[in-house]
Write a protein that binds this ligand. Structure first.
Ligand code: AMP
Ligand code: MG
Length: 415
């Protein structure tokens, strides 16, 4: 299927068609910078890191106890000790043991470690007796060199978003610095004559600007830097000038509001001279319509999100998120989806995807079940606070009965 973002016309698009069209628009990943590992959390790796060493470097003990060349003999002769950070100089013969601490390299000749709790050590005679010797298996409690990662093999792939465990793992290879994609600069503004900044006095017919704050949070959690352009009036000139300035050094431009049918003209006029624009009607609820385009000579991606606060967040998660991740080189990302049993009937209409705000829980039988957060108006941002997932009811279903299974998108690191 080849879909050009700009040839989709005014027909109703399915969610998959819109995502596929955006998927074809793969902007080149942003440039790179090299950072200290300590400040690289949540950044996307721009290099392939292979391990320069075996981890662990030495075959070593997983326990405090004794290292032995195990022959089954119940009594052993203690010939020394080896602590983590040091090495036993000699070679163990059958019948000999050394005391060893966790992480210390296994002496030459040793093949097994017996934990201290299983031993009677007589320091005076340098004898050690193993209790229940039948339970000892040759090779036990030994960590092999390279068992975590072998020298030369792939440690972390390019395009990986670095979680705390990646930082620890890279450190375990000795990496102090990593090359990551630079953070995208995202110009963000709200539109609407009625939209008022929090802190100002609410006009008689006004509404406070929620979207600039929820969208900022999503962008920042995704590693973006927000260039906050405030609130613009429903005025073609103002929008045009703000967009023209924004595209000069932004990597993406996001607006909310002002793209409803009948309102779209000013956006069209403002944008026509700055780039190419598509207005999409997407068969989903909440969330339509959505404007998408590229602006300026650098073809900066642009999203005009719906004004309703829930719609703005849901469309961001479904459509903006993948592109913002790809800009950072994170190409393999897919939304996480699980299956849950609906605890109540859910409203749904055939021909569109319905997203409900849901609360899922794990039952004692291991199955997930889900309910809605209650009233689902697309202006009711409180529904997003109560939720821990989106319930995604595909376009083929015209109803969901209690007991039916549904797909959920658990809220993750963003929400
Ligand atoms: P629009 O898409 O401009 O027609 O807006 C749809 C609804 O969302 C209207 O009720 C707007 O008042 C509301 N809205 C638009 N922008 C915002 C915003 N930034 N914060 C909260 N509500 C908004
Ligand atoms: Mg508006």
């Amino acid at each position: 299927m080849t879909l050009s973002c700009f040839d989709l016309g005014e027909r109703l698009l399915s969610v998959e068609e819109a995502q596929a069209a955006l998927g074809e628009l793969t902007p080149a990943p942003l440039g790179t910078e090299t950072l200290d590992l300590a400040v690289a959390l949540d950044r996307v790796l721009a290099e392939r890191v292979s391990s320069p060493i075996d981890v662990p470097q030495n075959t070593n003990s997983a326990m405090d106890g004794i290292a032995v060349a195990w022959t089954g003999s119940e009594t052993l002769r203690l010939v020394g000790e080896v602590l983590a950070g040091s090495r036993f100089a000699g070679t163990l013969e059958a019948g000999e043991a050394v005391t060893i601490t966790t992480g210390a390299p296994l002496p030459r000749g040793a093949d097994s470690v017996i934990m201290r709790e299983q031993l009677d050590i007589d320091a005076a005679t340098a004898r050690v007796r193993v209790r229940e010797p039948d339970t000892v298996r040759r090779g036990q409690n030994v960590r092999q060199a390279g068992e975590d990662i072998a020298r030369g093999s792939l440690a972390v792939a390019a395009g990986t978003r670095l979680r705390p465990q990646h930082l620890g793992f890279l450190a375990s290879l000795g990496r102090a610095r990593v090359t990551v994609h630079r953070r995208p600069r995202v110009a963000l503004f709200s539109t609407g004559d009625e939209v008022t900044a929090p802190g100002a006095t609410l006009p008689d017919a006004g509404i406070f600007d929620a979207n600039r704050f929820s969208l900022r949070g999503l962008i920042e959690r995704l590693g973006g830097e927000v260039v906050d352009l405030g609130i613009l009036a429903d005025d073609c000139r103002a929008i045009h000038d703000a967009l023209e300035a924004a595209v000069r050094d932004a990597d993406m431009v996001i607006t909310s509001g002002g793209v409803s049918v009948g309102q779209a003209d000013w956006v069209k006029m403002a944008l026509q001279r700055l780039g190419r624009l598509g207005f999409w009607r997407i068969a989903m609820r909440p969330g339509r319509p959505l404007a998408f385009g590229v602006l300026g000579p650098r073809e900066v991606p642009f999203f005009g999100l719906p004004g309703n606060p829930v719609s703005a967040m849901v469309t961001f998660l479904q459509f903006v998120q993948p592109l913002l991740r790809r800009l950072q080189g994170e190409t393999a990302w897919r939304a996480r989806r699980l299956v849950a049993v609906a605890d109540e009937p859910l409203s749904s209409r055939a021909g569109r995807v319905d997203f409900h705000r849901g609360i899922y829980t794990g039952g004692p039988d291991g199955r997930l079940s889900v309910t809605t957060t209650g009233p689902q108006g697309s202006g009711m941002l409180s529904s997003m606070l109560a939720a821990n997932c989106l319930i995604e009811i595909d376009a083929a279903r015209d109803h969901v009965a209690a007991g039916d299974t549904v797909t959920i998108q658990p809220f993750g690191e963003l929400t």
